[in-house]
Design a protein around this ligand. Structure first.
Ligand code: AMP
Length: 436
């Protein structure tokens, strides 16, 4: 019989790695709360139209990477429907904003999400078919200040704080303005004109995009087309005064709060809904898939989905890649200190009952210590002493022996595996002793 395995591009997350995931998620929630964001949870699948309209038919995501199926009707009253596993979460959040009429509050909506996304990409390190994103959106009617460059700067500053708080050093922020919906047609016309004489020398995908959606040529990763792409007009030269002033105000606000950045006039990002500010945070440690997170403004997205005018800005951070970066940093720190920083791989204590008659007493002791906040592994009285020591040494920093003598006297024998030291500790002092 062939063994069943996790589907290509998906993976299981196991302890102790999941501990790091929890720590990252808890840090993100804490930081978002300080900026007064609230959590939104949208469904994992949506009407296919949402992504076709929102993300754009010609994007790689929609044209090649979506998991889409025809959902059959189960009753007369139902209609068959094309459904898609969400490849990203911004479209879902904006759909929910429209559906629940959140704009009618007249206030900015500041929403964050943490959850899996699905794209049929070629799997490699840092690229999966089910991956996790942490993201946030600031969206609202223009009267609430949703278009203000201050919002862009606030989101970017929040991200810098989050990465700092997670202990990620060495990130770079790259940003650009891709112009407003009024700059876009002039730029696209210029791109078409520049592409017309050279497009035949490009890959089949880019030849098609040159016709259907020339902007997408710019985020092509086809190395053979790079030289031509370099010669194409830059969006910065097509921004109108309002877009230029908006971008300049974002940069000035970043300067004022000390967030370092570089401007890359080629950064356009692979989704159609972006307008004006777009950005990426990258990290050298990640190799080819070096984008930790990406985002930008999407001032027209709500209207594209049939909603009210609701400019917004948001980002999505790849949790899988963030974890890889942290693990890499921790591996380096571990090599230096022979300890994995921040992630306690070993339990504080391993309780070894000496004989099966002591199992329940050991369970009781483990309960007390766990309630005192310690991380405790519980052995089994059926184990020989040697086996308890072997297992304890793998799982914990110390072993606590609970024999009949110890049970009677209330004085436990504790051996610290790192120092080899063996001490007698009164039960009341045990929690304190295991902590240190
Ligand atoms: P995007 O929605 O394409 O702007 O992606 C935002 C972030 O999600 C990226 O910067 C990555 O960190 C992460 N990401 C996107 N696609 C994948 C994937 N297939 N596997 C892992 N992370 C991904």
């Amino acid at each position: 019989m062939t063994l069943l395995k996790a589907v290509r591009g998906t993976r299981d997350l196991l302890p102790p790695e999941t501990e790091l995931w929890n720590r990252v998620e808890a840090t993100a929630r804490r930081v978002f709360a300080r900026y007064n964001f609230g959590e939104i949870r949208t469904p994992l699948f949506e009407d296919t139209q949402l992504f076709a309209r929102g993300v754009g038919e010609e994007t790689d995501i929609v044209s090649k990477e979506m998991y889409t199926w025809e959902d059959r009707a189960r009753a007369q009253s139902e209609k068959a429907q094309s459904l898609t596993l969400r490849p990203e979460n911004t479209a879902g959040v904006v759909r929910a904003y429209i559906e629940h009429k959140l704009g009618e509050t007249g206030l900015l909506q500041k929403l964050y999400y943490i959850g899996p996304q699905f794209r049929r990409e070629r799997p490699q390190k840092g690229r999966y078919r089910q991956f996790w994103q942490i993201g946030a959106e600031v969206i609202g009617p223009p009267s609430a200040g949703s278009e203000s460059p201050l919002r862009d700067a606030e989101v970017l500053e929040m991200l810098a704080s989050l990465l700092d708080e997670l202990g990620i050093t060495g990130w770079s922020l790259v940003l650009n303005s891709v112009g407003s919906s009024s700059d876009r047609p002039r730029y696209i016309a210029a791109l078409r004109e520049a592409l017309a004489p050279v497009k035949d020398q490009m890959s089949a995908d880019n030849q098609r995009r040159a016709e259907t959606n020339p902007l997408r040529v710019l985020d092509s990763k086809d190395p053979g087309d790079e030289a031509i792409i370099e010669t194409l007009p830059k969006i910065a030269d097509y921004l109108d005064d309002a877009s230029k002033a908006h971008f300049a105000a974002v940069l000035a606000a970043l300067d004022a709060c000390g967030v370092p950045y570089t401007v890359n006039p080629r950064l356009v990002r692979g989704l159609d809904y972006y307008t004006r500010t777009t950005f990426e945070f990258t990290h050298g440690e990640l190799g080819a898939q070096n984008a930790l997170l990406g985002g930008g403004r999407y001032d027209g997205l709500s209207e594209m989905l049939g909603g009210p005018k609701a400019p917004g800005i948001g980002f999505a951070m790849g949790l899988d890649r963030l974890i890889l970066t942290l693990q890499e940093a921790e591996r380096k720190a571990a090599a230096a200190q022979a300890a994995v920083a921040g992630v306690p791989l070993l339990a504080d204590g391993f309780i070894a009952p000496l004989g099966e008659g002591l199992n329940t007493a050991a369970l009781e002791m483990a309960k007390e210590l766990r309630r005192a906040g310690l991380r405790i592994e519980l052995g089994d009285g059926a184990f020989r002493l040697k086996k308890s020591f072997e297992i304890g040494n793998k799982l914990a920093r110390a072993i606590v022996l609970l024999g009949e003598d110890e049970q009677r006297s209330g004085i436990l024998t504790v051996k610290n595996f790192a120092t080899g030291e063996q001490t007698k500790i009164p039960r009341g002092d045990l929690a304190q002793a295991l902590k240190t």
